[in-house]
Design a protein around this ligand. Structure first.
Ligand code: TRP
Ligand code: ZN
Length: 497
């Protein structure tokens, strides 16, 4: 209750206002989307979430998920109703303790109408009690809920929350999380952050996970199944929690040989990006048939397929680089995806050089030379690729090439200061490509608009930079493939989806 309502006159005035239809007209429905042109219905308008508390129960045998989500938010406008993004079956919604009307709309909207409209800039607590079988739900004809022989996994981009918790599903509204899930004894529940506690009762074990730093909804993950959990601490002091499905078969050894290096690689990346931004690091390898990896915050999702050809530290470097570039500093809108993928790819190039498998410049030369000018590769603008090309190879490879071009332009001193400064500048927040350009100009003291326009925003192959022109002219397609190339490229195989 707010102090202004303790004045009796104000209480009377407030209830009077609510009773007069003319003034109620200032209360309007929150928008069904947060305003991202790539995905008009992702996220919602009218409120800002600070914390999600999910208290769930999952039965692997039947894929039944049930429980409550308690959402702590603040209104950003006068609201007569508001949306959440969600697909499961809702039993009850309460707003500030009082039951509210709700209905579904569109592909994934849950429309909540509180009994009393909500005034702008006030705290609001929304409790959603729900149940359902996530694998039976789809939106736009797809699902991102992956069943496994022993459970299920929620990990996808740019959406995965709809199948397991109601949310304001857009990276523009980050929040902290408590994810508590009860599973039958013998099954584990893996999520983000640290494992605060577990408790056992009547054949069920409850796992209580906490993420105490802001986290985007698509970076919130849940894995249910039979896992072997390992813990440790990196030399630099970062606690590491990893989990491996007990059924990885032939991929088990290579998966562990890769993911168990998380602590070492977090410390190595800290040398380039600054202090690790979260309270723990790690990854998990569930028993899925998908092909990709995903930078789920503090607990990276790895497909077993990433390790089918042997150990792969390159994919681990990519996903850990996202903890700074993508997770701590998140996109403002999905068009800003280059800030995530360009830099995660560039981290793999740095690792390649460190491992003696090709320098960053060799990798840049190879990307440049291996795509002729008429290759559609060059029609994708990494700085604004469009919704249908958001995760194209060009966003990664041309994206990293742009970073090498920037480095060559501003020199190593400014470049590495920039690489480390950016995650500090926008820690735990959101930033756009335009923000990056501004910051790069600030740090380097050079005008860079033309350089970024050429490498990120023109749908054509840029002219070879002067310093490289001679070697390209001599042998346009003859640049040798760096030894790290194939492993690096396998990282963004999102076709298993
Ligand atoms: N961001 C992921 C990576 O680069 C790749 C990715 C894109 C992805 N779209 C996805 C992963 C959909 C899972 C699902 O590591
Ligand atoms: Zn990535």
């Amino acid at each position: 209750m707010h102090r202004r309502f303790t004045v009796p006159g104000a209480v009377a005035a407030a209830s009077l206002l609510l009773a007069i239809p003319a003034s109620a007209a200032s209360f309007s429905p929150g928008a069904p989307g947060i305003g991202d042109p790539y995905y008009p219905y992702y996220g919602n308008g009218g409120y800002d979430v600070s914390h999600y508390d999910l208290r769930l129960t999952y039965q692997p045998a039947t894929d039944e998920l049930s429980g409550t989500a308690t959402i702590s938010a603040r209104t950003t406008q006068d609201l007569s109703s508001f949306d959440l993004d969600f697909l499961l079956d809702v039993d009850e919604v309460r707003v500030n303790g009082v039951t509210a009307r709700f209905t579904t709309s569109g592909e994934h909207e849950l429309v909540v109408t509180p009994r009393q409209p909500l005034a702008e800039d006030t705290p609001v607590t929304v409790v959603v009690r729900y149940h359902g079988v996530p694998s039976t739900k789809s939106a736009y004809g797809f699902t991102t809920w992956h069943r496994t022989p022993d459970g299920a996994v929620a990990a996808d981009e740019p959406e995965s929350a709809w199948w397991w918790f109601p949310s304001n599903d857009h990276p523009g509204d980050k929040a902290t999380f408590d994810v508590s899930v009860a599973v039958p004894d013998g099954t584990q529940a893996i999520s983000n952050g640290t494992l605060v506690s577990t408790s056992s009762q009547l054949g069920w074990t409850r796992y209580n996970w906490r993420q105490n730093k802001p986290q985007a909804t698509y970076l919130t993950t849940l894995a249910l199944g039979r896992f072997d959990i390992t813990t440790g601490t990196s030399e630099g002091g970062v606690p590491v929690i990893n989990a491996y499905s007990k059924d990885l078969g032939d991929n088990d050894g290579a998966a562990r040989a890769s993911v168990e290096r998380t602590g070492e690689l977090v410390d190595w990346l800290s040398g380039y990006f600054g202090p690790y931004p979260f309270d723990s690091a790690g990854g998990y390898v569930p028993n899925t048939t998908t092909g990709y990896a995903l930078e789920t915050q503090t607990r990276v999702y790895y497909s077993p397929a990433q390790f089918a050809n042997g150990s792969n530290t390159s994919v681990v470097v990519h996903e850990l680089a996202h903890q700074w570039y993508g997770d701590s500093v998140s996109v403002k809108g999905w068009k800003d995806i280059w800030i995530n993928e360009g830099f995660a790819r560039y981290a793999q190039w740095l690792w390649s050089e460190h491992e003696g498998e090709g320098t960053t410049q060799q990798l840049a030369d190879y990307v440049y030379a291996s795509h002729p000018a008429d290759d559609p590769f060059w029609t994708v603008k990494p700085g604004d690729p469009g919704v249908d090309h958001q995760f194209d190879a060009a966003v990664y490879d041309r994206g990293a090439l742009a970073i090498q071009a920037l480095r060559n332009e501003i020199g190593d001193t400014a470049f590495f200061r920039l690489l480390k400064g950016w995650p500090q500048q926008h820690a735990y927040g959101n930033a756009s490509v335009a923000d990056f350009v501004t910051y790069a100009e600030q740090v380097s003291g050079k005008p860079l608009a033309a350089l970024f326009d050429t490498w990120l925003f023109q749908p054509v192959k840029p002219a070879a930079p002067a310093a490289r022109a001679a070697s390209f002219a001599a042998s346009p397609a003859g640049v040798e493939q760096p030894r790290s190339w194939k492993k690096i490229e396998a990282t963004n195989d999102v076709h298993g989806r």
